[in-house]
Design a binder for this molecule. Structure first.
Ligand code: PPS
Length: 334
């Protein structure tokens, strides 16, 4: 090879190398731009949710709910109040309908005459100010729903020994149900993916905070005579037995026929088609879109949504937070 041929080939190689470098740089820059754009998109969706929240005693709550929690000292407790409590999306609606009917003598005609949220008011909800609760006749035993962790439940409820029924659901199904519910809320307009919502849930950056802390506090209180701790999975597997247990706890004797009738009345299909139980008013009022509120009502929907990494991350967190608690052994994923 002559020197001039060598120089020409070297020149060509440099030009090709340079072109490749420029092309590579171009693609790199373009990729970085796309990555940062999608990161920005994700942040925006996460920020959208976080912007609705504020903390009380380290627990994230929707701001309006947090403001209501500050006013809960005005809530006048009655000895015969029954509180149905849970972390969101754990079967509160189901349990509320069961408890309401037991407390009110299984009068299904009366139960169908009013939507559930009017029969079972939501303690810390924006529209349930203390006057609404106070206006409920003393001759009408109150069943009140709350998602507050024990640390935020007004102490007088426990001091007055009101009955509290807590329902826990396995955190994987809770997370899935919570994701779909969050996407339904019109005002929030959340469009995130399940994987992103899962991260918020894992970090307790959703309304009502960490699932682990919530269930653990109530689990530790379960031996108090006025507290009954049960699970969505138990209710799903054996509704008849669970209704009997709830009846006993509420000191109401129920005949086998009544247990049977209540079990049917509160079955998923019945409740989903019953306008007094299915929360269809949320959609009618424009608060939610899509739906329905009673979505699937099964144990194990997490299988359609969780990958192995998500399972491992959540398991790790549950193992750390509940390491010294017997609670871990009763969490059923089925
Ligand atoms: S909320 O908004 O936090 O009060 O929701 P909550 O009622 O706690 O939980 C909603 C989930 O409970 C399911 N559900 C039922 N499952 C079985 N049987 C009956 N009768 C029933 N009623 C409500 C409801 O479908 C939600 O779960 P998903 O998995 O989203 O279907």
């Amino acid at each position: 090879m002559t020197i001039s041929t060598f120089m020409k080939r070297l020149g060509a190689a440099v030009v090709v190398g340079h072109a490749a470098l420029i092309t590579g740089l171009h693609f790199y820059k373009k990729r970085r731009r796309t990555d940062s754009q999608s990161m920005f998109q994700k942040r925006t969706e996460e920020d959208k949710l976080l912007s609705w929240l504020s903390q009380r005693k380290g627990v994230y709550l929707v701001k309006d709910i947090a403001a209501n929690v500050d006013k809960l000292d005005k809530h006048i407790v009655r000895d015969d109040d029954v509180y149905v409590v849970s972390y969101p999306k754990s079967g509160t609606t189901w349990l509320s309908e069961i408890v309401y009917n037991i407390v009110h003598g299984l009068n299904f005609t009366e139960a169908q005459s009013l939507p559930l949220d009017e029969r079972v008011p939501y303690l810390e909800w924006v529209h349930t100010d203390s006057s609404t609760l106070a206006a409920m006749s003393p001759s009408y035993p109150r069943v009140i729903k709350s998602h507050l962790p024990l640390s935020l439940i007004p102490p007088k409820i426990r001091n007055r020994k009101c009955k509290i029924i807590y329902i826990m659901r396995n955190p994987r199904d809770v997370c899935v149900s919570y994701y779909y519910f969050t996407k339904m809320i019109q005002l929030v307009g959340y469009k995130g993916h399940f994987a992103d919502f899962f991260q918020l849930f894992l970090q307790g950056q959703v309304s009502y905070g960490s699932w682990c802390s919530h269930v653990k506090e109530f689990w530790e209180a379960r031996s108090e005579a006025n507290v009954l701790f049960l699970t969505y999975e138990q209710l799903s597997k054996n509704p008849q037995k669970m209704i009997e247990i709830i009846g006993e706890f509420l000191e109401k004797s129920l005949s086998p026929e009544q247990v049977n009738a209540l079990m049917k009345y509160c079955s998923f299909d019945q409740m989903q088609s019953n306008p007094a139980s299915n929360y269809s008013w949320l959609r009618e009022s424009g608060f939610t879109q899509g739906g329905p509120f009673l979505r699937k009502g099964v144990v194990g929907d997490w299988r359609e949504h969780f990958n192995s990494e998500m399972i491992a991350s959540l398991d790790t967190q549950v193992n750390i937070h509940l390491s010294d608690s017997s609670l871990r052994s009763i969490i059923e994923y089925i």
